[in-house]
Design a protein around this ligand. Structure first.
Ligand SMILES: [Zn+2]
Length: 93
């Protein structure tokens, strides 16, 4: 099974992210070769959430399907749905 690599949480680069071992908490760690910083997968749900939501919105605007968005950003489909409902509530889409 292929793991979807997330975008870099620091610079947003998606082609320079590599796996960087597993943290003690069991969370997958990643390393970005573009900005040379590491991050954990879980952060995507917190500090970088707004950045991701903005990207999800622009994909929606481009007519990209939820499944493709989920694959592209390496986030779960149900999370995409949550973002969409949040955007809808905010009146953004
Ligand atoms: Zn980076």
């Amino acid at each position: 099974m292929k793991y979807n690599l997330p975008v870099c949480h620091h610079c947003g680069e998606k082609n320079s992210v590599r796996k960087h071992g597993i943290a003690r908490t069991g969370v997958q760690r990643f390393y970005c070769m573009a900005c040379k910083r590491s991050f954990q997968d879980k952060y995507i749900y917190h500090s970088c959430e707004d950045k991701i939501i903005k990207k999800v919105k622009s994909e929606i605007d481009n007519g990209i399907s939820y499944v493709d968005i989920s694959r592209k950003f390496g986030i779960e489909l149900r999370l995409v749905h949550r973002y969409i409902s949040r955007l809808t509530k905010e009146g953004s889409i």
